[in-house]
Write a protein that binds this ligand. Sequence first.
Ligand code: GLC
Length: 835
Amino acid sequence: MFEFGSSIKNRIIRFLKFANLVLAFLLISLTIYADQYEFLGDYQSHQVNENSVLLQAENNVIKLTVISEAIIRIQVGKENKILDIPSYAVNPSAKQETNWTLNEEKLKLLLTLPEGQVVIHKNPIRLQFLDEKGNEIDADDPGFGHGWDGKEIRVWKKLHPDLKFFGLGEKTGPLDKRGNHWVNWNTDFWAYDDRQDPLYVSIPFLIGLHEGRAYGIFFDNSYRSTYNLGAGNNRLYSFGAEDGEMDYYFIFGPQIKDVISRYTLLTGRMPLPPKWSLGYQQCRWSYYPEYEVLDLAKNFRQRQIPADVIYLDFHHMDEYKVFTWNKERFPDPERMLAELKRMGFKVIPIIDPGIKIEPGYTVHDEGMGGDHFITFQDGQLYQGAVWPGWCYFPDFSKASTREWWGKWYGQMKDQGVSGFWNDMNEPAVWGKELPYPVLFDDEGQKSTIKKMHNVYAHLEAQATYEGLRKHSLNERPFILTRSGWAGTQKYAAKWTGDNIANFKHLRMSVQMCLGLGLSGVPFVGPDIGGFVGSPTPELFARWVQLGVFMPFFRNHTSRGTEDQEPWTFGEHIEEIARGYISLRYQLMPYIYSAFRDCAINGVPMMRPLFLDYQDDEKTYSSEYQYQFLFGENILVAPVVEENRPYKKVYLPEGQWLDKWTEKVHQGKTEVIVDAPLGVLPAFFRVGGFVPNRDRIQYVDEFPLTELIVDVFSGADGEYTLYLDDGLSFDFEKGVFDEIKFEQINQEASLEILSQSSNRQWAKSIKSVVYKIHNVKNAPAEVTVDNYKIKLIEEALVSPKKLQMDLFKYNAEKKICEIKIPFKTGKQVIVLKFEL
Ligand code: GLC
């Protein structure tokens, strides 16, 4: 009985143990299962609507929408539904009518656009992108494709062995982003280093380059997103976000330039900025009181160092309250601003989004009254600490708040400031970022910081831009921002935040600005000289030289550092700085035209060589990653190391003329050039033109009466110079001039043609001096519109300036200089040579 009983008991125990094991096994497998990604599964059906195809797969839906002849939008549903959530980046007008077709085969669907094709493999659903010749340019990984794990969404794609990646906005390190894991989450990081990621701006736009063909992917999701570009694996690359929609735009190339151009059509392009914002700008944390600002301005003018802008960091405010003035330091801001204006200076104050909590302070009171501040999810106002102490923060995702905020800029502009500097807009608070669960209006959708964090600065920039447009109807706004999102380029210029005064950061500044340009943000620059710490005289000189060829040119330093104005490093460095800053102004006609080109096509004016020489492998080499093109005709090879009085340069296809020696180099070669402290190696494209002018102290000091055109002869080429008032939107109504130049080189002659429209901007030009380089022999004859002009011996040219209707020839430099009256319409100059 006992034995019998005990064996049953044992069996029961054994059974229970077994059942336990089974249960544990089931639980473990369930947990594993729950932690795995789910995928679309096999194709079931599809439906075509207007410009899109909606596919039903086993586990979800996927929609492909034709946006234009080279762009296709891909959306994966959430629980079988495509949510068409309004985008903060994409311009709805980017959608264009285009011819496309959809063909079904047994195992796939073929969606064909004029510029490429998407193959939709059915079982399981995987996308493959082909160029118009049928070459694969990108494809989902066969094992994965589009998936999700709870709220997280992700897509995995093939990592071709040769694949290179560019873009992703403000990232440190080499331009090719392959091999790393990247995060998009706007972050304020004082004194960041070369491995810091993320930084201030998030732009989930990636350019891929495979077998010489480029494509772009813009992932329109503002949640924290991550990119694995082959980090720790050689099979896949992927991108995804912690929440939100799988919604991305695939952009066909094959030229990188076209990809950028198309991407900026989608998210907006830098509008043509006011011309003064291309001038040299002086900043420090902070210039005050009033006499210090005025002294600074006088110093520039007395020392003949050109400058256009002085910045006021937050000490101009009353207790850090934005849109106020500290009355002790600046008793009469309007008078001071008027005086600076008379000296040709513009002033830009800093604006932080934190509004001091202080009843009686108008911005605070209006914000409270208008319900403009961010709250927690339970309705309580969110308070965060920044410079003024405890603050409220405007909710820019609400149209009424944007309008209210924009109005304040207009009011401050009325006092005489010219532009604005939006800082701390990641948004930064002392705890680094806003906590969960603060809530934003999100145009009525009510969203948390998880979705809104990355677009906060973008919406602030939008509020600022729209406010200023409304206020000064016909004046181009200038806004500088630290943080931003895809598309912020249509509202603001961007500087690269709190860098450090060392050579490593000088190098990083080149990489970061080039990377931003590739990501659609062309108007960029670093704090020249470095923000944290103080530069050595050598570093300062090298950085100013480089800054001349960067789109945004501002010297800035932190509080507590040494003086950093161009004259504070001794006479030699002052002389170098004066020369280079003057050069920036001499080149203004060229630089402004480069900005105009960029405003039209989105292609950055400061760009890596591979943008113009995509098929030249050398241009991707890390050895030459600090070289770049500035506009179409200048190749800049800055010295980026300490104590390096020489530079190894790679010159791509064509011929290149050394700015310093006039020597012409055949392209596709490496050269080593001298680069003592006063020399920034630069080369001109043979066949190109570089229009410039005399020295000026600020952009609008004198109208352009004598145009100088450097012609780099030796190859045929064309160039268009753009001229307008530099300030208004009249150009949109056609009120601008263009002068088109062309050179035709033959053995016995060189012909230079100019064709100009004749509205008022070209009319102000009275004379034009052609400086023709690379002229091997003295011309036997020079005619202008068939009239012969005379040669004058160089020694007789007085006082140093060539008189009208004469030409001279410098045999040593091989430069022929011709001065003639400028004529709108057509003008033909012919140089004849004896053979
Ligand atoms: C931030 C900005 C810096 C500014 C400082 C004080 O650090 O990035 O440029 O000078 O705040 O406003």
